[in-house]
Design a protein. Structure first.
Length: 516
């Protein structure tokens, strides 16, 4: 697609209809990542980004709208399920850890290129820990640790059941805890906190200065139509002037976060039929007491309650936002029919179409536990929320914590031959067969794996260019491990991680795995 890229203008009778090589809808981390990649691969391509809000990354990618965890499966227990035979599966954890290494490689390349000036603006080292209590959970965590320490990507993980050591690692979590309670934790010092909002803004700051790139804030994409020649006609409305504008694009990326499903439906591509969305809103408790914030220095992930969905895993997180240390606990889930935090209550009902009603009903019936969980969460009082916090911070004081509204997640519902429809908790790239349009649905593991997601998208939409020597060379410059497996090649993974940590100013791995 647009191999011989150049900017063309075609004139209609009255208005000027501009043609772009690529239009990216939404200015979150996904469009920022794809925009930079396209800019590196095709510096002369004309790219225009439309964002309905008047600032970049103000939805899910904003720092306070997500947890900022550099998801690399170092601490998230939902990536390592216990199998019926009692063993712990780590395949998904390996895949996520590998994808996060790829993200770090790309960000390190952008720092070296001068695209990103100061990595500490968007990424910092914060130990990643898992913490559990009760005999059954302790036994699970021990098995998980034993399985994970066999793999080079989890080298350096520490494990302890010792109250005294855990008191040193996580004083806030241990103070006031019964001394006889069986507890266990793992700790990985190479964990990270990522400000995806700051990262998106840095990427767009660079892109805005490029000659063939335009970012239009306060511009909402209202409609999409495929032209007989395969290009796309896009209708955009300027929310300030209320003017409508039409432009033509050879390639469209719908990176509209929660707003992606309605636009995919408007594109009418056959590959997008049958998809539905289930919105889940979130809330955090944010600590406002500097003494309490100063006492904690980790992202501590616990175990989700039985029957609750993966996004409900409670965690107590050190965050570093705009250079300032912060502390949050959550998420508490909720139900809202909005697909975006700044969306409309009509989003969910308007997304129901003849082609997705069956999968949506089937997924609803199959997920009654989730519905019950959400109803319970919505009914929680402030005291209930503090009780949940006290499981992690036994001495928590209600006056030190304030409620914050997090971003909206729209979980993907898709057709399933057996169940009629299933609810998914991951991300899904949906592309037209000719590769001229691609949409990203879903929310998890999300921003941390944005680089791998966009590489996959480029492979789907630009299959011929991806195979050329020119693109392959460029990919290897952007991501030196490109085409090789960090999960299988321990030496490569070690070298890659060391280089990324050096360039990004992150903690370097020194210790071997340790049991205390
Ligand atoms: C509560 C919560 C916690 C999370 N925690 C983590 C975490 O710890 N680590 C992690 O890696 N990921 C996390 N995620 C996921 C991560 O935030 C998302 O995967 C990521 O931000 C998605 O980026 P995006 O660019 O697709 O969407 P967004 O950042 O939402 O950007 C989409 C943009 O599109 C715009 N838009 C929508 N419709 C239109 C339209 N019609 N026209 C023009 N513009 C439009 C929106 O205004 C928005 O700015 C979390 C998400 C949530 C909600």
């Amino acid at each position: 697609m647009f191999a011989n890229s150049q900017i063309e203008m075609t004139k209609s009778n009255k208005n000027t209809t501009q043609e772009r090589d690529a239009v990216l809808i939404g200015a979150g981390i996904m469009s920022a990542t794809l925009g930079i990649m396209l800019n590196q691969l095709l510096p002369n391509a004309s790219i225009e980004v439309f964002e309905r809000l008047d600032e970049v990354a103000a939805e899910s990618s904003d720092a306070w709208n997500n947890a900022g965890t550099g998801h690399s499966a170092l601490c998230e227990l939902n990536y390592t399920p216990q199998l019926p035979d009692g063993s712990v599966a780590i395949d998904k954890a390996i895949s996520i850890a590998e994808q996060f290494e790829v993200s770090k490689e790309f960000w390190a390349h952008l720092v070296e290129e001068g695209v990103l000036k100061d990595p500490s603006q968007f990424i910092r080292s914060v130990p990643h820990m898992s913490f559990v209590w009760g005999d059954e959970n302790v036994s699970y965590l021990r098995k998980r640790y034993e399985a994970m320490q066999q793999h080079h990507l989890f080298k350096g993980m520490e494990y302890s059941e010792d109250h005294a050591l855990l008191q040193q690692w996580i004083p806030l979590v241990m103070e006031g805890r019964a001394s006889g309670q069986p507890v266990a934790a793992t700790k990985m010092d190479i964990g990270t906190d990522v400000n995806f909002g700051a990262l998106s803004r840095c990427l767009f700051d660079f892109l805005r200065k490029q000659p063939h790139f335009k970012l239009r804030l306060a511009h909402e994409v209202r409609d999409l139509e495929r032209l007989p020649d395969g290009r796309w006609k896009i209708e955009v409305r300027n929310s300030t002037t209320k003017h409508k504008r039409t432009l033509i694009a050879k390639f469209v990326f719908i990176g509209a976060g929660g707003g992606a499903l309605p636009l995919l439906e408007k594109s009418d591509i056959k590959e997008g039929k049958g998809f539905g969305g289930f919105p889940v809103s979130g809330q955090w408790l944010r600590c406002v007491n500097p003494d309490v914030i100063a006492k904690h220095e980790a992202k501590v992930y616990g175990k989700a309650a039985v029957g609750s969905p993966p996004m409900s895993v409670p965690h107590l997180d050190t965050r570093i936002i705009d250079g300032k240390k912060a502390l949050l606990f959550g998420p508490y889930a909720g139900f809202s029919t909005k697909f975006l935090k700044n969306g409309s209550w009509l989003d969910l009902p308007a997304s129901i179409k003849i082609n997705n009603i069956r999968p949506m009903l089937a997924a609803g019936l199959d997920n009654l536990k989730l519905t019950k969980y959400l109803i319970d969460q919505v009914r929680q009082s402030p005291d209930d929320r503090i009780d949940a916090l006290k499981e992690y911070v036994p001495m928590a004081n209600k006056a030190d914590w304030e409620l914050e509204i997090a971003g909206q997640r729209v979980q993907v519902i898709k057709k399933d031959p057996v169940h009629g429809g299933i609810l998914e908790f991951g991300t899904e790239v949906v592309s037209s067969a000719d590769g001229s349009l691609s949409a990203l649905l879903g929310a998890s593991p999300g921003a941390s794996t944005s680089v791998s997601i966009m590489l996959k998208l480029l492979q789907k939409c630009f299959p011929d260019q991806v195979k050329t020597e020119k693109w392959e060379r460029k990919f290897k410059e952007m991501i030196p491990s490109y085409g090789r497996s960090l999960a299988k090649d321990a030496k490569l993974a070690g070298e890659t991680r060391k280089k990324s940590s050096e360039v990004l100013g992150l903690h370097q791995l020194v210790e071997e795995s340790i049991v205390h």
